[in-house]
Design a protein around this ligand. Sequence first.
Ligand code: ADP
Ligand code: MG
Length: 257
Amino acid sequence: MTSGSQQPKRRGVALDLRGVRRSYGGAEVLRGVDLSVNAGELLAIVGQSGTGKSVLLRQIIGLERPDAGRITVGGLELPRYLAIPPEEKPFRIAMVFQNAALLASLTVAENVGLRLREHRRHRPDEIEAIIHRVLADVELEGTEAKLPSELSGGMRKRVAIARALAVDPELILYDEPTADLDPILTQQIGELIGRIRTNRGSTQIIVTHNLPLARAIADRIAVLDQGRIVECSTPAELAASRQPLTREFLRAAALGV
Ligand SMILES: Nc1ncnc2c1ncn2[C@@H]1O[C@H](COP(=O)(O)OP(=O)(O)O)[C@@H](O)[C@H]1O
Ligand SMILES: [Mg+2]
C-alpha cells in the first residue's frame, strides 16, 4: 500500500436517488428507488437474484437512463455530470463489473490504463506510474505484462478493481465483487474494499448477496426487494429488523439461497 500514504485523503461524493423507475418492455424492474448514500460511506445493497440490483447500478453509472426519478451525485444532476467532458469532470465514478470485464487481448497494464488514456489527463509516463501504484494497491505488483487468461479468477477481480482505482474515483460501484470467489478470496476482496475506504475515502457501493461480507464491511446495508429499497440500516439494526421483507431476505440468506 503506497498510494494512500502519498495522496491526501479526500472524501468521496454523496449520492441521492429519488423515485427511480426503470422498465423493460412493460416489465417494471425498478419501482421507485429512494436511496441516500453519504460521502465516504460504504454501502452494501443486498437482495434476491433478479430484483434489479445490476439494473440499479447501470442507472447510477449512467449506462442507462431511468424512465422516471432523479439521481444526484456530488450535488450534480446525473445527466449534467455525464455531459461534462471526461477531462473536466469535477469527480469520477468507476464501476467494477461482475465478470471483471477485462479485454482478453490486452495486458494487465493496458487494461488498467484504458480509461486513463481515454481521459487525456495524464502523460504516458504518469499513466505508467499510476498503473504501477494501483496494481501495488491490489497486491498485484509485477503482473503488468500478463494477459487476463494467465490470471486466476481472484486476480482478475483485483485487476478490475485496480482499473477502477486508476481514475482516482470519488465513487466506486461494485457488482457482486465476490460472486465466484472462495471464502478466503472473498475475505481478501472485503479487506481490499475496506482499505480503499481508509486510504482514499471514496464512497463505495457494493451489490452483493453475500450477507456476511456486507455485515463485515458496510456502514449500512440497503435491502432491495421487487424494485424498491425496503430498508436501509446499519448491520446491527438490520439483524434486529422487524421489516417482513428484510426478515424474509435474512432467512433466505441464512439458508444460502
Ligand atoms: N436489458 C434488459 N432487458 C430486459 N430485461 C432486463 C434487462 N436487464 C435486466 N432485465 C431484467 O430485470 C430484472 C432484474 O435484473 P438484474 O438487475 O440483473 O437482477 P439482479 O438483482 O440479480 O442483479 C430481471 O428480471 C432481468 O431479466
Ligand atoms: Mg446482478
